[in-house]
Design a protein around this ligand. Sequence first.
Ligand SMILES: [Zn+2]
Length: 312
Amino acid sequence: MDKPTKIQYCEKCGTKIEKIEITHKPKPIKISTYMKDVISKLLWYTPNNKHSKQSYTEPILEDKLYEDFCFDYILNNMEVDPQNVTLIKHNKFFDNIETPYRESACRKCQVIFFQTDNDQTKTETLIRHIRNSVSHGYFNIIYGDTEKEDMFVGFDETPSGKCTAILHIQPVKLLNAIDFLTGEYPQLQEMLTAHALKKCGYKIGREEKFFDNNSCYEFDIIAEKNGKTYCFEIKDYKSKYIPQITITSQMLYYKNVSSQYNFTPVLLCDKSLLTEQTKQLLKGKNIIVLDRNCISNLLSGIDVLENISQGN
Ligand SMILES: [Zn+2]
């Protein structure tokens, strides 16, 4: 008879530690229908899944520009303790630290270790490691108290056995976060822009309403820096270029209220571009238009707003 093993509890949360069984008993592994569905949905996001005509292309997950924003958002929404996340460079491996995480897992504390990839975003790489651990059969499920808390434990390694990922994650939370980022939610643009503006040193103001001649003006974001206020309206144009005529009408629309309350209106169009001609038209005017290129710059920490308002 096996010697009874001592029950261990997680140092962080006090939950009983579970032993990880990688050899599936029975084979093939029995997975709850719900978990099977969640994992297969996640795997559709695998990058370079070129053999599948059905695989998703998700520009937001693939764009290096949005990489940190997306990954931070995902970790936050998965409720992963940042201390439990370790990313290493493309050519490095997890040699020493992995042993306890290979043998046992806390049912509540998620742990993410993975090797990054120079050509893929962190989110894409995370999904690729999940895919590898599933396709190599190097995973198991520890069922939680609720489906949301079911834990996927998976490992990825090179053909020579070097460890490139250790994942103890709750896939439902991961899928929900990815679905949010890739869905057509209007708040996403707001979140991205607010995140970019904060990176450039702006204070994001409270929602405020402005009144002029019985009209009420509301904005998606209000940002302040160096005593200047910028009020953002998010616009979606279906065309490649932002139509000049709508910009001219927006200029008129905001003319009085913006001088009365001393702010600069900003139109934010992350799907379209400005033509050279429209850029010239906007020079020195009381309105700023940020097209897709400007937003890219803003996300990489270039304060395009200040540059434009200073006429650079
Ligand atoms: Zn724990």
